[in-house]
Design a protein around this ligand. Structure first.
Ligand code: ADP
Ligand code: MG
Ligand code: ZN
Length: 475
């Protein structure tokens, strides 16, 4: 029997507000434990929370960008449970009336567009962090993160493969980064996901029982954890067993998921409306204002890159996944009007160099205008495409202009036919055996001659002229 996976993701995105969601404490990451707390976020008796308006605005921005309906009326609820990192004994979240509902985003998988539903986006406060490292038989609690604003973005169970789940998460990350509402940092936990996974026989409409996998903190692990979980469930069912509804933990070291606890149900949390916060009434005029302030989003930009610049869907998708990359690309295109050439250099050599150093394009040593100028040198025939790679590397290392590097290193392409002819004659004279074999029909040997001649010219011979001359002389 063939099995099909059904996957839904719950993404927690930390909102990029300066202050926490219900108090004025800062949200900065990595400071001295418990240095960013106050009576409100550690839950002292008698204190009252007040909603951070910026957090509400960011949630609305995200809802609008994902085609959600923005609720005119929404409110907070208490989710009650005990854990040492939750001093109040409850988390302020949203339950019955989330701020955003019924949205969707589009992802590209294997060159096909697929729409993934977003069930809801709600606001909530983060909990603190238990720390089990260090000397002695103690665990520690750091409450700096307590009360940091989160959005929980819940997808419909529309995803069908680990790859789709990764694409969905990447697209969501791209959107929140475009919006400036979340930094999307998976390592620091400001963009994290729980994956709900079930399987069913292909063709069956009804969903199977899901397991929820937590603790996944990279795109690679999203894929690996879901892959593992699908295989595990198939094995259970094919072995005559039943998948049980439970929460599982991804163990990255061992590459497996492990049962953590049986799945809690909503009623276990005794949700009830938060009595310390007033309900939120959102005015249409404010929503309209926020909508008008949205930037051009990745999908719209992608469409424009395809129609205005003639790029393929795939290239446009890659170039628009980061707003800063798209902006860099556009500046270079503006300076020289060759979108395809610019796209190839950005997606190839530039991305490779930046990735090697884990550097973002914002502090790229090459300016877009400098790439444009280098492409002009290729067009004019001053340098070959091959030499350009050397020049580009040097530009990246030093930040200098292409023409300066070309002059200084003597990299100007040889396009003087008599000079190339000399080189070609020399190689032919030195290689009588190869000439014989070539003439006898071993045409692959043209590569040998081109290689030798290129080497002799230190890579500077105009490749087209070289090829033509060689073919003529060997004919
Ligand atoms: P809970 O808090 O119980 O995890 P949520 O409503 O927050 O519930 O999230 C449920 C998630 O599980 C959603 O992303 C939804 O798409 C997904 N889901 C629901 N049923 C299934 C299923 N049978 N298989 C896989 N995913 C599912
Ligand atoms: Mg859940
Ligand atoms: Zn505080």
């Amino acid at each position: 029997m063939k099995w099909e996976a059904v996957i839904g993701l719950e993404v927690h995105a930390q909102m990029l507000t300066a202050a926490k969601i219900f108090c004025g404490c800062p949200t900065t990451f990595g400071n001295e434990p418990n240095s960013q707390t106050c009576q409100i976020c550690i839950g002292m008796p008698g204190v009252l929370p007040v909603l951070n308006r910026k957090a509400l605005e960011f949630a609305v921005r995200t809802g609008l960008a994902t085609d959600c309906t923005i609720s005119k009326y929404s409110r907070f609820a208490r989710k009650n449970y005990f854990y040492p990192d939750l001093p109040k004994g409850y988390q302020i979240s949203q339950f019955e009336n989330p701020i955003c509902e019924h949205g969707h985003i589009e992802i590209m998988v294997d060159n096909e567009l697929k729409r993934i539903g977003i069930t809801r986006i709600h606001m909530e406060e983060d909990a603190g962090k238990n720390i089990h490292e260090g000397a002695g038989p103690y665990s520690f609690v750091d409450l700096n993160r307590t009360g940091v604003p989160l959005m929980e973005i819940v997808s419909e169970p529309d995803l069908r493969s680990p790859k789709e789940a990764v694409e969905y998460m990447k697209k969501l990350r791209s959107i929140v980064r475009y919006l400036g509402v979340c930094d999307g940092n998976l390592e620091q936990g400001s963009f994290r996901c729980d994956a709900n996974v079930s399987i069913r026989p292909v063709g069956q409409e009804e969903f199977g029982t899901r397991a929820e996998v937590k603790n996944i903190n990279s795109f690679r692990y999203v894929e690996k954890a879901i892959e593992y979980e699908i295989k595990r469930q198939i094995k259970v069912v094919e072995g005559g067993g039943k998948v049980i509804q439970e929460t599982r933990l991804w163990d990255a070291g061992r590459g497996i998921t492990e049962s953590m606890r049986s799945k809690e149900e909503a009623h276990d949390y005794r949700y009830f409306p938060e009595p310390d916060l007033v309900p939120i009434m959102v005015e249409q005029s404010w929503v309209d204002e926020i909508r008008a302030s949205l930037p051009e989003l990745p999908d719209a930009k992608k469409q424009r890159f395809v129609s205005d610049f003639g790029l393929t869907d795939c290239d446009a998708e890659l170039l628009t996944s980061e707003r800063t990359t798209a902006a860099w690309f556009e500046r270079a295109v503006k300076a020289n009007g060759q979108p395809k050439a610019v796209a190839n250099w950005v997606m190839g050599d530039l991305m490779k160099l930046l990735n090697e150093e884990n550097r973002s394009i914002e502090d790229c040593p090459i300016r877009p205008q400098q790439l444009a100028a280098m492409l002009q040198l290729i067009d004019k025939g001053t340098i070959s495409g091959k030499i350009a790679k050397t020049v580009f590397d040097e530009m990246y290392k030093t930040g200098r202009d292409a023409d300066e590097i070309v002059k200084e290193k003597g990299l100007v392409q040889i396009s003087d036919s008599s000079e190339i002819e000399k080189i070609v004659d020399d190689i032919i004279a030195k290689s009588p055996k190869e000439v014989e074999r070539f003439k006898a029909g071993d045409e692959k040997l043209i590569g040998f001659f081109v290689g030798q001649a290129m080497k002799a010219s230190k890579g500077k011979a105009n490749p087209q002229m070289l090829n033509e001359l060689l073919k003529k002389k060997l004919a």
